[in-house]
Design a protein around this ligand. Sequence first.
Ligand code: AMP
Ligand code: MG
Length: 486
Amino acid sequence: MKSLTDLTFDNRFARLGDGFSTAVLPDPIAEPRLVVASPAAMALLDLDPSEADTPVFAELFAGHKLWSTAEPRAMVYSGHQFGVYNPRLGDGRALLLGEVVNAAGEHWDLHLKGAGQTPYSRMGDGRAVLRSSIREFLASEALHALGIPTSRALCVTGSSTPVWRERQESAAMLLRLAPSHVRFGHFEYFYYTGQHERLQELGEHVLRCHFPQCLEQAEPYLAFYREVVERNAELIALWQAYGFCHGVMNTDNMSILGITFDYGPYAFLDDFDANHICNHSDDSGRYSFSNQVPIAHWNLAALAQALTPFVSVEALRETLGLFLPLYQAHYLDLMRRRLGLQSAEDADATLVERLLQLMQGSAVDYSRFFRELGNKAAAEALARLREDFVNLAGFDAWAADYRARLEHEEGTQDERRTRMHAVNPKYVLRNYLAQQAITAAEQGDYAPVRELHAVLTRPFDEQPRLERYAERPPEWGKHLEISCSS
Ligand code: AMP
Ligand code: MG
């Protein structure tokens, strides 16, 4: 275990130079205080959890102190926002402080979000509010606990610095960890500005640091692209299977590592709704829940365009064509497991599809359905769940087919429950739970956000005194409008 002040830095991205990022120092926020820290994320840096209680912790992660070997930089990138190309974005309110190397030799980017203005701030104030910092913290750690690839969150630091959004709020900083902060939009920036030498330097950096296995292939860039396609197929399958709606799938919010990245107005579905739009500013529903699959494909096509200096269009097109079948195979595999099925049969896809159609419009709680389905013997569980559906004849037909399908499976009811509970979370990050924790934190009470974080790190376990976190949302909590402002 290390102390906070002995972290070892190796700033590979910073060494790419000024064409890729700009040196900027963090602008501290006043009267910093630790809101919440993640011991599991601290372990990635070999930090003892007790380090979070030291005064220097909040000072470092509120921009008041800096390691002498950190090299804070704002990265430049561009990207397609809501389908429209924006030629210049970049870290407008976040800084890559540096890359920490842990005892296992892994590099972790330390990315401080809300660190003040940079050359890429455009009209923005460079700040992040407490509300959005807590939302990103909770989601990062909750998705990780569900087994969904994601950037991680080390801590949130609050302050007395005022920030103006729709109302006055307070500034906070989030320390994000990821092996890389390179986005699809990084490649697009160098491609569309015609800086093809820098595009190649970026590509070589990414291959060397994050995809070394591709360097052994005949066409390293094609192998890299194929891996990005494969990782995204897996990632989006997990989002769809677990009811996670990202909300702002712009290409600047897509990580080249295939991890969930840049959390904004995201949501886990409460009642199942394929057309759910979690971003209040997304008028056309471009990023609705079911559109996440075609949008991921669209974003991968945008990345392919930026790789055309290195790979033939035909090869890129063929590789992009792998996305949908790979996605469908992963998705079906995940949904089979959620239904307690171990074997694969051709009719399973229809069984899943019919279930979702019945859920649509019935106000069936998506997460609770699967958890309850595994709780008891199938007949008993289905009899209870039936009460939630509107189309009873349709549900009865589905339930009969599902029970017949279970007959083809081996193992006891107890084994099925264990299997299903290991993949069907009891606790998910519902918007209303995040909102309750935020309201308390805004009044200076951090106990609720800390407790919610702790509950979400064990989503599959029964946590007897904390059952209230698994309840259906109250009526007010189902219709929260989450805007892009953060
Ligand atoms: P996001 O919607 O958070 O993915 O951000 C899109 C772009 O706007 C990125 O370039 C951000 O750095 C920038 N941005 C968002 N909020 C602010 C802010 N308050 N100040 C400066 N830049 C911002
Ligand atoms: Mg972003």
